[in-house]
Design a protein around this ligand. Sequence first.
Ligand SMILES: *Cc1c(COP(=O)(O)O)cnc(C)c1O
Length: 363
Amino acid sequence: MEHLRVPGPTPCPTDVLQSMTKQMINHRGPEFGQILNGITAKLKQSFQTKNDLFLLTGSGTGGLEAAIVNTLSPGDKVLSASIGVFGERFATIAEKFGAEVVPLRSEWGTAADVDAVRQALKTEPKIKAVLTTHNETSTGVTNDLEAISSAVKEFDKLLLVDAISSLGSINLPVDDWNVDIAITGSQKGWMVPPGLAMVSVSQEAWQAHANATMPRFYWDFGKAKSYLEKGETPWTPAISVVFALSVALDMILKEGLANVFARHARVAQAARDGIKSLGLSLFAEESHASNTVTAIAASDGLDTKKMLKILREEHQVILAGGQQKLDGKIFRIGHLGWVTEDDIEIVISALKKVLPQAGFRAR
Ligand SMILES: *Cc1c(COP(=O)(O)O)cnc(C)c1O
């Protein structure tokens, strides 16, 4: 058996996979409508929100693009509080559609500086929205979104949040934290194959939608809303992935959201403890270390590429490397979704054998 421990796609439970062998159904018929309405209600519970919530067929990045084009106009100023690769991606999408991005970057491995966010909003009163990442998968850092949100709301700005690798795994009460648009993707903590993005949309986001002039068609929330009223999606959805999501949401809510979050916290602690016991150190500042992905600094002669190859070929353990400027500098363990402490033990004991073979000499 392969041990897939990358931060998405994540392994899927057997019942989730089996639901996908079901024959196709009419996506304009009553059976699909029932499933979609059920999923929408369960996702609202998982997002802890009463806001509108849409299922979009696309990957998480499609959801990020949807958040931008539904709320902004070319020339709008947006603050990008970015702490890694995915923060940069969110900002790039805004820029490509003509927004004027004011960058506020934190050193990779650290969280966003909330006072700097407040200061930037004070300095640039024309900023319309703040883009940020709840859990930065590229560095293994979770931002203090509650604090960021209160800074953003002091100035009454829209808050658009990439929560792709946190929602459903790390507590994110969308309504309590006033998140205007929260975005996630099926292949992360939801234990479902890739193919769906899920987004929540607040009243303030709808007001922005009414005046936003960036080009939008496929991702138009207005169409998503009017079709959802009939139990449909505007375009043909990834029906098999919808079946899978329905089963996975039942599993998550049966376990209980609080229990799911607590399990992720325990598993992440086991990963961090295990890594340190091997003589390695975390890449992320520990106070903000993520409960869904652990990033580890390559040190003391470790060749991460060689390590990843031996892990894969000889131990069937699949971990992730670093992205962009972190390539070769870190490696990452994904521990979100269908994961327990036993899965982490398998990774740590494989690492124990492989590290010396990949040049690591513990001090
Ligand atoms: C995975 C991920 C994305 C990209 O999602 P895709 O489904 O690959 O488009 C964006 N942001 C974060 C934080 C992620 O973890």
